[in-house]
Design a protein around this ligand. Structure first.
Ligand code: PLP
Ligand code: COI
Length: 341
């Protein structure tokens, strides 16, 4: 490491820290420019940008990990590139070639290498790629120009306490419509979640659980993370629905549960009235990693899974394996790790 920074790596939360350089590329007249690293963390855009008025924007979240040997690695950035492009397609924005996306991630990590937390602290460098519609435009139509940017910051746990169980409450609100944009990582889904989150937090819950918007009977998402449960006969279950964001962590856990833990897995409906089928439950995502769910409050009753204070054994094994792969201590499936060199 050439430079040092004064950060308390062991006590990081999930808050903005300005790092040195970010990547910016612009799209105009049908193509992306080469993109470059810039110091300025402010973007100057037209007051008539579609991102500001019509929510024509999407984003991603992925992390860089420092290994025991001091190397730096990314976890499945090709998956984030693909999902970003799926989001772009859904709201008529130009796609980013996968190599451009991964190369930009690598450039940003290298340029801010001294912000990659040391191995053993559990902290990581979070990368936030995003695409916004810009330019002069006032009608409801796609923008004529776009900006693709990636900034990064060191982060600790998203939910306070990391691997300590937290409780969630089922929301009466929806984050997405049945055939809307739930499967795309677009800002509007998150704007819609701010108020339900606030209501959950006021009642002392970590976040809310969203049910399927069509029938309000099945679990879809846990705040900004996917849901998983371990059934009493040791199956790893996670919900399936077109309005859930396809979590890269969730798909990684499906593989880990099957191939490393050797347990059965299924993506299928999870009925809110049938929580008894699970002995453990958790939230999973890049920011959340794996957060054990202590209990779920629904219609006035708190359903407790394994325990409100202790992590269940399957959740712990899933966490240890995922964490081990991400930090380079456990052998990763082919193609999951991209070294930053
Ligand atoms: N669901 C929502 C709504 C999210 O915002 C995220 C975060 O990206 C996830 C699930 C988890 O997805 P991933 O594991 O790809 O980070
Ligand atoms: C992530 O896990 O990367 C997210 O995007 C969740 C949240 C911070 C929006």
């Amino acid at each position: 490491m050439s430079k040092t920074v004064n950060i308390d790596w062991n006590n990081l939360g999930f808050s903005y820290i300005k790092t040195d350089l970010r990547y910016v590329s612009r799209w105009k007249d049908g193509q992306w420019d080469e993109g470059k690293l810039v110091e300025d963390n402010k973007l100057s855009i037209s007051e008539a940008s579609t991102a500001l008025h019509y929510g024509q924007q999407c984003f991603e979240g992925l992390k860089a990990y420092r290994t025991k040997q001091g190397k730096i690695q990314l976890f499945r950035p090709d998956r984030n590139a693909k999902r970003l492009n799926d989001s772009c397609k859904r709201i008529l924005m130009p796609e980013i070639p996968e190599e451009k996306f991964i190369d930009a991630c690598i450039q940003v990590v290298k340029a801010n290498e001294h912000y990659v937390p040391p191995y053993g602290t559990g902290a990581t460098l979070y990368l936030r790629p995003f695409v916004i519609g810009v330019g002069d435009n006032v009608g409801v139509k796609p923008a004529s120009e776009y900006i693709f940017c990636i900034f990064c910051l060191p982060v600790g746990p998203y939910f306070k306490g990391g691997m300590t169980p937290v409780n969630f409450i089922v929301s009466e609100y929806d984050r997405a419509a049945p055939y809307g944009t739930g499967a795309a990582k677009v800002g509007g889904n998150y704007a819609g979640s701010l108020y339900p989150h606030e209501l959950a937090a006021e009642k002392g819950f970590a976040d809310c659980i969203y049910l399927d918007p069509m029938t309000h009977t099945k679990i879809e998402e846990v705040g900004a993370a996917n849901f998983f449960g371990i059934t009493k006969d040791n199956q790893f279950i996670t919900p399936k629905s077109p309005s859930i964001l396809p979590s890269i962590t969730k798909y990684s856990l499906l593989h880990i549960a099957k191939e490393y833990l050797k347990i059965e897995v299924a993506e299928r409906d999870v009925h809110i009235n049938n929580l008894d089928e699970f002995k453990e439950a958790g939230a999973c995502g890049t920011a959340a990693v794996i957060t054990p769910i202590g209990g779920i409050q629904y219609k006035g009753d708190l359903h407790v899974f394994h325990s409100e204070t202790e992590v269940g054994p399957f959740t712990k094994k899933l966490y240890d394996t995922l964490y081990g792969i991400q930090f380079g201590d456990v052998e990763a499936p082919e193609g999951w790790i991209v070294e930053v060199k």
